[in-house]
Design a binder for this molecule. Structure first.
Ligand SMILES: [Zn+2]
Length: 321
């Protein structure tokens, strides 16, 4: 700022004013910082929460994401550095105590009068996990079993996603009053896009005769509930390890009996596994992405929550028809 000021001779007066207003958003260290708008620092936990927040805030605040793509969101444990970063932020936004099970103890360790905490799923009615064994291996706190019997994957329902966006927007309105009206406008626009996504799902599945799908990661119960579908989860399947002969026999029987042609994996399974399942059990593989991580590369290529959900819809249409 000082350097700019020295340049601000009358000839450059107009330029100076432009610069001053352009700097106003980011320069909290100037002597004018009492008047200048301070950039609000927001920390989000994992991808859907980041994307929902980004759509509301756009470039009007600094948003970061704690849990990078490729990190198992369910088993995340915050380092001391992460705890310090949350303390240092103006706003901390997460999905739920059921997903980010480390949040309640982390919040106890910091001064929460200094950071606004937004629980995006507040008010949403959670359902019990269909397969409570699914995430057990990530559970290092045996005494917290009750919270692990709850299914945390609310963001995968386009309708509950809208509720989360609204909750985030309401929280941000308190944290960043100057931009509250803008955030409301952006949130409304994004909720409209999510409403259209919901309508696409509804229209696609309305008259389907087969309403059951089989998945390896039981993350889609909220989506299933929303559209009157049934999620069947098969445990002991991985996209990296070949199923045992006993598992293959079990799958083959199940598939024949229930007329199942597809099994959904959370990411692309190795082609070897796909070949084995096709040959031994007459089952094809498809992807249903729980959106627990979207890499920077994918984000740069325009992949976002809505895009992945549209891919999920196309993929589900293979079974639900
Ligand atoms: Zn999950």
């Amino acid at each position: 700022m000082k350097k700019i000021k020295r340049l601000a001779i009358p000839i450059l007066g107009v330029l100076f004013l432009l610069l001053l207003s352009a700097c106003g958003n980011t320069d909290s260290g100037s002597e004018k910082s009492n008047e200048a708008k301070k950039t609000v620092k927001i920390i989000t936990t994992f991808y859907p929460i980041y994307d929902f927040t980004k759509n509301i805030v756009q470039d009007n605040a600094e948003i970061s994401m704690l849990i990078p793509a490729g990190t198992e969101s369910h088993g995340f444990e915050p380092s001391a550095k992460v705890v310090a970063a949350i303390q240092d932020a103006d706003v901390f936004i997460y999905n739920s105590d059921e997903m980010e099970t480390w949040v309640p103890s982390t919040l106890e360790a910091i001064d929460t009068t200094k950071v606004i905490v937004i629980n995006a799923s507040e008010g949403i009615e959670f359902i019990e996990k269909e397969d409570s064994k699914e995430h057990e291996e990530d559970d290092e706190h045996g005494e917290e079993e009750h919270s692990h019997a709850i299914d945390p994957h609310v963001w995968l329902s386009p309708v509950l996603a809208q509720a989360e966006v609204k909750t985030i927007q309401m929280g941000l309105a308190k944290a960043d009053k100057e931009n509250a009206a803008l955030y409301q406008k952006n949130a409304e626009k994004y909720i409209q896009e999510l409403t259209e996504l919901d309508q696409e799902f509804k229209a696609a599945f309305e008259n389907a005769e087969n309403r059951t799908f089989v998945t390896q990661h039981a993350a889609f119960a909220y989506l299933a509930k929303q559209y009157g579908l049934t999620q069947v989860s098969i445990s002991g399947l991985s996209s990296e390890t070949e199923p045992s002969p006993a598992k293959l026999a079990e799958l083959s029987n199940y598939a024949k009996k229930n007329n199942v042609n597809y099994i959904y994996f959370e990411n692309n399974a190795s082609s070897k596994i796909a070949e084995t399942l096709a040959a031994e059990a007459d089952i094809e593989l498809a992807v249903l992405d729980p959106i627990e991580g979207v890499s920077q590369k994918e984000q740069d290529a325009g992949v976002d929550y809505i895009q992945v959900m549209k891919n999920n819809l196309e993929s589900l249409k293979k079974s639900i028809q």
